[in-house]
Design a binder for this molecule. Sequence first.
Ligand code: CMP
Length: 140
Amino acid sequence: MKTRTLAIIKPDAVASGHTGKIISRITNEGFSILGSKQIKMNLSQAEGFYDIHRGKPFFEELTQFMSSGSCIVLALEKENAVKEWRNVIGATNPDEADEGTIRKLYAKDLGQNAVHGSDSAENGQKEIAYFFAEFELILN
Ligand code: CMP
C-alpha cells in the first residue's frame, strides 16, 4: 500500500548546497513528490513541529537549529514510504548510519543530521499536514 512520509532537508544540508543531490536521490529511489517548498521556521513553529520531543535534553538545541535557516519540506509517497525513506536516510546519528545513506554522506552530527523522516505512516500524515494544505499535495 502506498503511504506518505514527510521529508525535511535541514538547514545544514541546505546551507552546504546538498539540496539538489538529495532531491535527485528522492526521485531516483522512486518516491513521488506530492509537494515541496522552501521555508524558514521561527522558533515557535519549530517547537510545534517537534512537540513530541518537548522536555528532552536536546529540545532547545534541536528547535534553535531547525529555526536557524532555510529548510526544504517535501511530502513523499511510495509503497511503504516511511520505512523506505528511513532506509535511504540512515540512522539518526551519522556515525551509526550505513554507507551510502544520506546522513552518512551529508550529515555533520546527531544534531545537524541533514534530513528528517517521519517515524510512522500516522505521523507522516500529521507532519505533512503541519506544513501543507491539502490543495498543495498533487499526484502528477
Ligand atoms: P529527526 O529525525 O529530525 O528527529 C528528531 C531529531 O532530534 C533528530 O532527527 C536529531 O537531529 C535530534 N536529536 C535526537 N537525539 C539528539 C541528541 N541526543 N542530541 C541532539 N539532537 C538529537
